[in-house]
Design a protein around this ligand. Sequence first.
Ligand code: 13P
Length: 252
Amino acid sequence: MRTPLIVGNWKMNLTTKEAASLVEKLRSRLSDTKEVEVALCPPFTSLETVAKTCKGSGIHVGAQNMFWEDQGAYTGEISPVMLKDLGCSFVILGHSERRQFFGETNENVSKKVKSALKHKLIPIICVGETLSQREAGETDRVCREQLMESLEGIDNLEGNEIVVAYEPVWAIGTGRTASPKDADHVANFLRLILANTYSARTAERVRILYGGSVKPENIVEFIAQPNIDGALVGGASLKADSFGEIVRLCVI
Ligand code: 13P
């Protein structure tokens, strides 16, 4: 049985003061939803504040990206050692916005995944097709390639040390979502790849999230799908009411 996981990806939003205020509000809303695991991924600038404000609440903290080296002359980058130091347990890797605006490739993602695993950070590996790829019937191929190449060179996985997020690019921030059935089809397909690459046991343990315009109005249909174990939430994670409600609706 996989524990549901709801991750808030705050993207480039909120000052430290706004971040602390949002976490305070979330703490009271999430005090009776222990069956659902929750992680907040603020920008680097408010990681420390969020980690401190989350202390004792059971809410996990994650980053939205990282570099693969531990330290060195890499101006502007943040290392896994620094993330651990701040109390992070998750890191989002390969988000489509990083691929689109910052040249992130599957090869980069694979180096970052290896580094995250070495430092016992749980990578949330993002895959997803663009609209033109979907229309060309390439969804499965693109997602398979992104997942396989992100896991390149990793020979053994138990399953609980990674999370996979299926985020169709055309559903991010657009108000459009994949149909829950289509999202479940891709999640099932990704699980089969994991079973072939590792083992059925590993595949059974990996949590696969759906992301793309998730809100309180649609979370129930997604979480009801057999292969979807939670959500990676963007816009709706910036408000305590909507994010709190999404988590609450995942309590079975
Ligand atoms: P939205 O929920 O705003 O569509 O963003 C999804 C996303 O990119 C989460 O990583």
